[in-house]
Ligand binder design. Structure first.
Ligand SMILES: *Cc1c(COP(=O)(O)O)cnc(C)c1O
Length: 402
C-alpha cells in the first residue's frame, strides 16, 4: 500500500501538525526521509532517544527478548522487569518501582499514590495537589488538569477538582497556597514544554521544606529531565533536593514506550493489591530495553560527556547569535537547551523549525512558540553537533533574510 504525507491529513486525527517529509529510517543522530534526504536530529524524538536511533545494544536487547517472551501479564513476574526495578532502586533514593507505559501514566499513578498516602495517613480532606502554571504533566484527566496549560482542557470540562497552580520559581506564591490539606506538590525540576526554565535551588528547596512541614509528598516529574538528560542520572541528584516520588519515561526507554514511578517503601506501601494496575506495564520487551539504557547511561564517563557536548552546543549557539542576533537567552541543563528568540521573532519559533527541515536539521519549539528547543541523543558525536549547528545556522539565516 502506498502512503504519503497527504495520507496523514486524510485518515488520521489532526491533533498534530507533522513535518512535510516522511522519515523512513534512522540511525544514531541521523534521519532519512522517503526521498532519501538526510537530517541531523537535534530533537531526539522529543528527549526520548537517549542513545539515538537504533542503538546496537538496545536493538540487541529488544530482539533477544522478542525471541524469548513478549508478554506474560502481571499475574506473573518477569526477569527484565525485576532487573530494571532493581537497577533503579540501586541507583536512586527509591525502594519501590511501578512500571507503566508512558509519562502520563507515570504521573497519574504518582498523583494517585500521593492522594492515597494522604488519605490513608491523615484523612480524606487531605487531597489538594499543588502544581505550577505552564507545567506539562501529560494528557489524561488528572495529568492534564495538574499541568498548567488551560488550553489543553478547554471545552472538555469539568476538570478534576482540588488542584492549585502557582507560578514556577515563585517561592512566596508557593508558601501562600500551602496548608495541611495539601497531599502533594508536583514539579518538573526544569520546565521543558513550558519554556525551558531551570528550577531554582530556592524554589525546589522551599517545596521540599513546605512538604515536610505540612506532611505532603514532593513529586518530581523527571519524564523529560531524567535518564542523563541534564548530565546526572536524574536531575534531582544535581539539585540537592530529593523527592518522595519520582516519575520517569521518555529517555528511559530510548524510544520504546515505557514509563515508571518510584518511591520510598513507606510511601509505596499504601498501594496494595487492586489499588492500581496496567495490562502492559512492566512488559518484558520495554523492561529489557530500559534496563540496557540504564546500564549505559548510569556511568560517570557517559554523564560527564553530556556536559561536554552541552558546552559545544552552547558555544555554537553563541557564535550563531553573534552573527544574527536572534536569541535573547540560551538556557537549560545538559543536552536540553532552549534558545529564546528576541521580541522581533516572538511567536515565530515554528517558522525556524520549518526552515530547519528545509535545511536538513530537526529541532523543536517550546514555550509560547518563542523558543527553539534542542534535546539531541545523549551520545551525539562532536561531528554531528557541528553539522547540526551549521544546518541550524543556515535555517536561521533563511528566516532572518526572508
Ligand atoms: C512528555 C512529558 C509527559 C508526558 O509523557 P507521555 O509519555 O507523552 O505520556 C509528562 N511530563 C513531562 C515533563 C513530559 O515532558
Amino acid at each position: 500500500m502506498r502512503v504519503s504525507r497527504a495520507t496523514f491529513d486524510e485518515v488520521m486525527f489532526q491533533t498534530y501538525v507533522p513535518a512535510q517529509f516522511v522519515p523512513v529510517r534512522a540511525s544514531g543522530s541521523r534521519i532519512w526521509d522517503s526521498e532519501g534526504r538526510d537530517y541531523v536530529d537535534l530533537a531526539g524524538g522529543v528527549a526520548v532517544l537517549s542513545l539515538g536511533h537504533c542503538h546496537p545494544a538496545l536493538n540487541a536487547a529488544l530482539k533477544a527478548q522478542a525471541d524469548r517472551m513478549w508478554h506474560i501479564s502481571n499475574y506473573m513476574v518477569n526477569e527484565p522487569a525485576m532487573r530494571l526495578a532493581q537497577k533503579l532502586v540501586n541507583a536512586t533514593f527509591a525502594d519501590r518501582v511501578f512500571l507503566c507505559n508512558s509519562g502520563t501514566e507515570a504521573n497519574e499513578g504518582a498523583l494517585k499514590t500521593a492522594r492515597k498516602y494522604a488519605s490513608t495517613k491523615y484523612g480524606e480532606q487531605k487531597h489538594r495537589i499543588i502544581s505550577t502554571t505552564n507545567s506539562f504533566h501529560g494528557r489524561t484527566w488528572l495529568a492534564v488538569s495538574t499541568g498548567g496549560s488551560p488550553k489543553y482542557t478547554k471545552g472538555m470540562g469539568p476538570v478534576p477538582a482540588g488542584i492549585t497552580h502557582v507560578p514556577y520559581n515563585d517561592v512566596d506564591a508557593l508558601r501562600a497556597v500551602m496548608d495541611d490539606d495539601v497531599a502533594c506538590i508536583i514539579l518538573e525540576p526544569m520546565q521543558g514544554e513550558g519554556g525551558m526554565y531551570p528550577g531554582s535551588a530556592a524554589f525546589l528547596g522551599a517545596a521540599r521544606e513546605l512538604c515536610d512541614k505540612h506532611n505532603a509528598l514532593l513529586i518530581f516529574d523527571e519524564i523529560q529531565s531524567g535518564v542523563g538528560r541534564t548530565g546526572a542520572l536524574y536531575s534531582y541528584m544535581q539539585k540537592g533536593v530529593t523527592p518522595d516520588i519520582l516519575t520517569s519515561a521518555k529517555g528511559i526507554g530510548g524510544g520504546f514506550p515505557i514509563g515508571c514511578f518510584m518511591a520510598r517503601a513507606e510511601v509505596a506501601e499504601v498501594m496494595q493489591p487492586g489499588t492500581h494496575g496496567t495490562t502492559y506495564g512492566g512488559n518484558p520487551l520495554g523492561a529489557a530495553v530500559a534496563e540496557t539504557v540504564i546500564d549505559i547511561v548510569n556511568n560517570e564517563a557517559f554523564l560527564q560527556r553530556v556536559l561536554v557536548a552541552e558546552q559545544r552546543l552552547r558555544t555554537g549557539f553563541a557564535a550563531i547569535n553573534s552573527k544574527y542576533n536572534v536569541f535573547a537567552d540560551v538556557r537549560g541543563e545538559g543536552l536540553w537547551l532552549g534558545c529564546e528568540l528576541v521580541a522581533k521573532y516572538d511567536n515565530r519559533a515554528s517558522e525556524f523549525m520549518k526552515a530547519g527541515h528545509r535545511n536538513n536539521v530537526v529541532f523543536l519549539t517550546a514555550g509560547n512558540n518563542n523558543i527553539l528547543r534542542f534535546a539531541p541523543a545523549l551520545n551525539i558525536s562532536d561531528a554531528e553537533i557541528d553539522e547540526g549547528l551549521a544546518r541550524t545556522e543556515r535555517a536561521i539565516a533563511e528566516v532572518v533574510s526572508a
